[in-house]
Design a protein. Structure first.
Length: 326
């Protein structure tokens, strides 16, 4: 039997009782695989890695070391939430790495989207490797591989460490949720007691806000993305749209336009709102945001976000636009 093929007898996890049975079985399997060994995990705060962390904490406790790398491209409040949930509430062995300056310095004057992605990915591997080498006796590398990863990568993600860590580290892979789909991960996350803000976290690109601060990233424009995104998410939650719209975010492109602020001409950026619905991310339709809500969001962004003088709404479906701007 293909070890990377979901067992035909495995029922879809659609309820808390089913999730609890999965958790019980998986914890037992993890204890058997890991024994008295040590395991590390790159914990982003996304639902996949968070569920893996919670499972491992139940199974092996302090034998797990979670490494959270703050590269400066996360959404507002996310690094703080990872620390609060896993270190403070779940008593996890968590290493927090503030690598903001390191990443942003590498990205100065880099405008090509693909080059930005490569720099962010490669630097993350270097930081994670450095932290891994500081630890003694680690045998296992845990990953939040899920079944769509295996299908889309033809099994590659279940054979090699995703991050491409050096082979001399000699880690054995530990992938406890590799047969689950995203909706099942969320059911398991709820059963594990993770907060809804993690369980139902919107899809978020690997390079984070780096692909929503288009062109060469600057710290002030990156902050405008972060702050405007936080306002958008807050107002969507107040309006009851959280969980009803598949993905919504803001983009701050690398160009300016003239405006007027307090009677003085300004030369500032636009903030672009994007809100889409999709089933498979292959196509996407536009969410019709009520004008009254758009006005509230616009007023707040223009009043609270520095360096911004326009708010625009992206009405482009996929195709021919993509969901993200880069």
């Amino acid at each position: 039997m293909d070890s990377n093929k979901r067992p035909e007898s495995m029922a879809r996890i659609t309820s808390q009782p089913m999730a609890e049975r999965f958790i019980e079985d998986t914890v037992a399997e993890l204890k058997k695989q890991i024994g008295d060994g040590k395991v590390i995990l790159a914990l982003s705060g996304g639902v996949d890695s968070s569920v893996v962390a919670a499972l491992l904490i139940k199974a092996v406790g302090k034998q797990l070391t979670c490494i959270h790398v703050n590269h400066g491209l996360l959404r507002k409040g996310e690094p703080e939430q990872v620390v609060a949930v896993f270190r403070d509430q779940m008593n996890a062995n968590l290493v927090y790495v503030d690598a903001v300056d390191r990443f942003l310095d590498k990205l100065v004057d880099v405008s090509d989207p693909e080059q930005k992605r490569k720099i962010i990915g490669a630097e993350f591997i270097r930081v994670f490797e450095e932290e891994a080498r500081k630890l003694e006796g680690v045998k296992f590398l845990a990953q939040g591989t899920i079944y769509p990863d295996i299908i889309e990568s033809k099994g590659v993600k279940a054979h090699h460490n995703v991050g491409g860590l050096p082979e001399d580290l000699g880690f054995e892979l530990c992938e406890p949720v590799k047969f689950l789909y995203k909706d099942e991960i969320r059911v398991v996350g709820k059963a594990l007691g993770l907060p809804d803000s993690m369980v139902y976290r919107q899809p978020f690109p690997g390079p984070g806000l780096g692909v929503r601060c288009t062109g060469a990233i600057t710290r002030d424009r990156l902050e405008a993305v972060r702050e405007s995104d936080a306002i958008l998410r807050e107002e969507f939650a107040k309006a009851g749209l959280e969980g009803k719209v598949w993905q919504y975010f803001t983009v701050v492109p690398d160009y300016r336009s003239t405006g007027v602020r307090e009677g003085i001409r300004s030369w500032d950026w636009p903030v672009i709102i994007r809100a889409v619905n999709t089933k498979d991310a292959m196509t996407a339709t536009i969410e019709e945001i009520p004008y009254s809500l758009l006005k509230v969001i616009t007023d707040r962004i223009l009043a609270e976000v520095k360096g911004v003088n326009r708010v625009l709404y992206d009405l482009s479906p996929k195709p021919c636009a993509t969901i993200e701007w880069e």
